[in-house]
Design a protein around this ligand. Structure first.
Ligand SMILES: [Zn+2]
Length: 217
């Protein structure tokens, strides 16, 4: 009776002979279940352009632009003001001005509820921050809109604050700069903004939106 021959490895005989087949499991690098890296929330942001994890402090220093691919992150009104004016030179105007529910319009949710939610999430009273500050040696009247507040839509407060800013710039002989975002009115916010907003200022457009209302009225 013939005895079948098995490879030496199958018999547990040490190193395989030439011609034996060897299977080697590829080691997993850094993917073990117990080795998952803990990334503290709020310290790192993943770039949607190149998927690089960016250190938030460095991203702020780069003015919210990815240094790897040039992707521009959304920037709030406060961040833009801090990036533009000299430190501690900004005096905000009409900081406490808020909208009233004149139309009592109810869409997906009542307007006052929506307003309160955006005030809480942005820390702003409405979609624009206005004031006087210094750009280098030059004092300017500066208005910066925030897309994070109801898409930067123009309501009565935005119209009133921008009009007051323009009037202040005219009275004091200051250069006027308005950084606008959004595309227009929200139906819940009425047309009262346009009644006050009728002068054409110098303007700078941001993304998203092109500020067509604020630049055209
Ligand atoms: Zn990137």
């Amino acid at each position: 009776m013939s005895i079948p021959k098995f490879p030496r490895k199958a018999e547990g005989l040490g190193a395989p002979l030439p011609g034996d087949t060897t299977f080697v499991r590829k080691p997993k690098l850094g993917t073990g279940k117990g080795r998952k890296r803990e990334i503290p929330e709020g310290l790192w942001t993943k770039c949607p352009g190149c998927s690089t994890m960016l250190y938030d402090k460095e991203l702020d220093e780069q003015l919210k632009v990815c240094r790897h691919c040039g992707h521009h992150f959304p920037i709030t009104a406060r961040e833009r003001i801090n990036a533009l004016v000299e430190t501690c030179s900004f005096e905000e105007m009409d900081a406490g001005m808020t909208s009233v529910d004149a139309l009592q319009f109810t869409g997906v949710s009542p307007y006052p509820e929506k307003l309160a939610a955006y005030q809480k999430s942005t820390g702003l009273k409405d979609a624009v921050v206005t004031g006087i500050g210094r750009l280098g040696p030059v004092r300017v009247a500066l208005g910066v809109m925030d897309f994070g507040f109801l898409g930067g839509s123009m309501g009565a407060v935005v119209g009133e604050k921008l009009t007051r800013l323009i009037e202040a710039a005219t009275e004091r002989g200051l250069l006027l700069v308005i950084i606008s975002t959004s595309g227009g009115h929200a139906c819940t916010r009425g047309c009262s903004a346009s009644c006050r907003w009728r002068r054409l200022p110098p303007r700078s457009l941001t993304t998203p939106g092109n500020g067509c209302l604020t630049s055209a009225c």
